[in-house]
Design a protein around this ligand. Structure first.
Ligand SMILES: [Zn+2]
Length: 71
């Protein structure tokens, strides 16, 4: 569904939209504190897409548009 050939994939062929792939938000130090200790949501510094089957991080983005979707 709307997948382009340029879509990044892990070794076992899972793309970003796959059910076995989770975006892992990365926060800077102070953001981690704010998010986890004060319950405030802040956009992460970056998103790492990791396949839960092969444990490979095959795509990482710092695109603000994409980060906002995961706030
Ligand atoms: Zn994989």
């Amino acid at each position: 569904m709307g997948e382009s050939p340029a879509e990044p994939r892990c070794s076992c062929g899972h793309g970003r939209g796959h059910v076995m792939v989770s975006p892992e938000p990365e926060y800077s130090g102070w953001q981690t504190f704010v998010v986890f200790f004060m319950g405030v949501t802040a956009p992460p510094k970056s998103l790492s897409y990791r396949c839960r089957v092969c444990r490979e991080v095959f795509f990482k983005t710092t695109d603000p548009e994409e980060l906002r979707n995961h706030t």
